[in-house]
Design a binder for this molecule. Structure first.
Ligand SMILES: [Zn+2]
Length: 140
């Protein structure tokens, strides 16, 4: 039974592996900085992309808008999540974020100074990382 469970866990990719990586944390921190650390009344966003060699990159959305970020166009090849900042007063995915994750079938990541949370395509949501000092802890 143990061998069967172990084999199954090796075949099932960890949904958190890329999203919880140090590489992704650097992109979260960069976006948080460009979004004014959640203190400004606008959001910035980017696609998190897994390149064919396995490295992570981002494709920033071209504009930042008052109150919310928006994007028009097709989802880039290799996109594994949408990253966006929220005001520090709203650290969790909104109902719209959850619905959008289901619609486009990739996680929607919310970045604030308090942490990083995700809405997943299956309708669930949860913390990716967080706590006091997450930027310093994960990017140094
Ligand atoms: Zn949002």
């Amino acid at each position: 039974m143990f061998a069967l469970v172990l084999a199954a866990s090796l075949l099932t990719p960890d949904p958190c592996s890329d999203l919880c990586s140090r590489n992704a944390a650097h992109y979260y921190a960069d976006l948080l900085q460009r979004g004014g650390y959640g203190r400004l009344p606008f959001e910035v966003a980017a696609f998190l992309i897994r390149e064919s060699d396995g490295t992570l990159t981002t494709e920033p959305w071209p504009t930042r808008k008052f109150g919310h970020a928006s994007y028009r166009g097709s989802i880039p090849k290799g996109a594994i999540a949408v990253l966006h900042t929220h005001p520090y007063t709203a650290p969790s995915p909104s109902a719209y974020d959850r619905a959008e994750s289901r619609r486009i079938s990739i996680p929607i990541i919310v970045i604030t100074p308090m942490g990083v949370e995700a809405a997943y395509p299956d309708g669930s949501a949860g913390r990716v990382t967080g706590g006091a000092g997450w930027v310093e802890r994960l990017t140094r």
